[in-house]
Design a protein around this ligand. Structure first.
Ligand SMILES: NC(=O)c1ccc[n+]([C@@H]2O[C@H](COP(=O)([O-])OP(=O)(O)OC[C@H]3O[C@@H](n4cnc5c(N)ncnc54)[C@H](OP(=O)(O)O)[C@@H]3O)[C@@H](O)[C@H]2O)c1
Length: 227
């Protein structure tokens, strides 16, 4: 593939998503900075410079995703970062299921919707990189989940399962699909995190720009991660 690549990052207005968008801009990709709020999408893209362009996107909105797909000529790199942690400090017997439902709508179905919208054209073009932002609460691809945020843990565990299925479907097409555990990153979601968003973003950007023959269907964790 030649020419400038285009990356789409969900939830790019703050936290890890914003740092990933900035890092991909630094690596000379054109970055579609998506956010739920148009003003923050615009302000973030303006901050990141001419390589970034803003788009409104709520990953739970099928119409919005469809319109975005129609508007963009192509997307080479998809970073499904948008996520919520709504049921912290609960447990499986007390977690309000309305919160679990909303968590699954954003963390699992939102990422899945984006994958369905953008992976087919990557396959047709013979090149693509998809990164699903997972979590250490999932115990990788098996084992005990963290029960202190049960809906969140399940959503990310299901995201790992989705990663393996998408990766299997993309095998041999030039499209690589991987889950990343960024570790405990200092953001609004995890104020006590030890890792700076910029450091996590460098690792995520590495996975988003893997060379031909790179990992497909992996659960990738940077070595210094403590999660
Ligand atoms: N921080 C950590 O230690 C850590 C560890 C493991 C995994 N992660 C994962 O990393 C990702 C980013 O987390 P973060 O720490 O950067 O959290 P954050 O600061 O809370 O940012 C979350 C981002 O997701 C966006 N978002 C939420 N719901 C959305 C929706 N329906 N549609 C589009 N965007 C939506 C938010 O947008 P608004 O501003 O509009 O709310 C925000 O941009 C998440 O998937 C999270 O689960 C984080």
């Amino acid at each position: 593939m030649t020419g400038q690549r285009t990356a789409l990052v969900t939830g790019a207005n703050r936290g890890i998503g914003r740092a990933v968008a900035a890092e991909l801009c630094r690596r000379d990709l054109r970055v579609v900075v998506t956010a739920r709020d148009p003003r923050t999408a615009q302000a973030t893209a303006a901050d990141l410079g001419p390589g970034a362009c803003p788009h409104v996107l709520d990953v739970t909105d099928p119409t919005g995703v469809m319109l975005l797909r129609k508007e963009l000529e192509h997307v080479d790199v998809l970073v499904c970062n948008a996520g919520v942690l709504l049921d912290g400090r609960t447990d499986p017997l007390s977690a309000p299921l309305a919160l679990v439902e909303e968590t699954l709508r954003v963390n699992l179905l939102g990422s899945w919707r984006l994958a369905q919208a953008f992976i087919p054209s990557m396959i047709r073009r013979g090149w693509g990189r998809v990164v699903l932002i997972s979590s250490g609460t999932t115990a990788e691809f098996g084992g005990a989940l963290f029960g202190g945020a049960p809906g969140y843990s399940l959503s990310k565990s299901a995201l790992n399962g989705l990663t393996t299925m998408l990766a299997a479907q993309c095998e041999g097409t030039g499209v690589l699909v991987n889950a990343v555990n960024p570790g405990r990153v200092r953001t609004d979601m995890m104020p006590s995190g030890q890792i700076a968003a910029e450091d996590a973003a460098r690792f995520i950007a590495d996975v988003a720009t893997l060379p031909v023959g790179g990992s497909n269907g992996g659960f990738l964790t940077e070595k210094r991660s403590h999660v």
